[in-house]
Design a protein around this ligand. Structure first.
Ligand SMILES: Cc1cc2nc3c(=O)[nH]c(=O)nc-3n(C[C@H](O)[C@H](O)[C@H](O)COP(=O)(O)O)c2cc1C
Length: 242
């Protein structure tokens, strides 16, 4: 087994494709709208060429940095992604342990398949909580308060998903919205599981996410939490200057 360990991310991806049900692999692997941006993101990294200098003693390399005052060994943190139990029975608890072992920060997704409480008690680490703003503001507010009381250090407001992208593989696979245990008891989750065609995940998102999301909601968020707020998904200088 040891001999066959993957040596790069692509090889992990091949193993994941074999191990996961097609619907779940496609959800993790897929993108929206002709998957143009997905391809372009990968190509963009390929266009960055380094100009390495030589003969400069690289026996000690320090990539450490800090974010919101928290020190980390490298400028790499764990982005929020939903429903880790689709890939691992321990879900976000396993991800939290891995992030803690690397001394890096994990952003726990609003669409986590583990409860915030389980992740918080799984290990000691700096964690941020990612927020979607639902039409039901009370649901979003409750989760912010729960994350705050469980020691999360910042709220990461996702601002590029007022509607879910048209994820083509999910439409073909009639992707089922994964169970979101943090929403249990806060809203009914059964109403979305009907026979309508296409992606049920997309339907769930359409019913729940608030497409009117705007700067006034950043003010609202400030009014309900004393945690620092990070905006995730700004891609233009114009928005950065707001
Ligand atoms: C399977 C999957 C689930 C995701 N779930 C979330 C989520 O719940 N919340 C969020 O803010 N972003 C989510 N994202 C977006 C990622 O956090 C990230 O912004 C995006 O994948 C772009 O980074 P990349 O080019 O490194 O993949 C998700 C991405 C993927 C691929």
């Amino acid at each position: 087994m040891e001999d066959n360990l993957p040596v790069n991310v692509r090889e992990y991806q091949e193993l994941a494709k074999k191990a996961l049900p097609k619907m779940h692999y496609d959800y993790i692997n897929g993108g929206a709208e002709d998957e143009y941006t997905l391809r372009e993101n990968i190509a963009a990294y390929g266009r960055i060429l380094l100009r390495p200098r030589v003969l400069i003693d690289v026996s000690k390399i320090d990539m450490s940095t800090s974010l919101l005052g928290y020190n980390m060994p490298s400028p790499i943190i764990v982005a929020p992604t939903g429903a880790h139990k689709l890939a691992n029975p321990e879900g976000e608890v396993a991800t939290a342990r891995a992030a803690a072992a690397c001394n890096t920060i994990m952003m726990l997704s609003f669409s986590s398949s583990c409860r915030i409480e389980e992740v918080a008690s799984s290990c000691d680490a700096i964690r941020f909580y990612q927020l979607y703003v639902y039409k039901r503001r009370d649901v979003s507010a409750t989760l912010v308060r729960r994350a705050e009381s469980l020691g999360f250090r910042a709220i990461v407001l996702t601002v590029d998903t007022p509607v879910l992208g048209r994820r083509e593989a999910d439409i073909r696979n009639k992707m089922i919205a994964p169970p979101l245990s943090n929403l249990e008891g806060l809203m009914s989750l059964d109403d979305f599981d009907d026979a309508e065609g296409g992606s049920k995940l997309e339907r769930f998102s359409r019913e729940t996410l608030d497409p009117s999301l705007s700067w006034k909601d950043v003010e609202w968020l400030k009014s309900i939490t004393s945690l620092p707020i990070l905006l995730k998904g700004i891609v233009t200088a114009e928005d950065g200057n707001e």
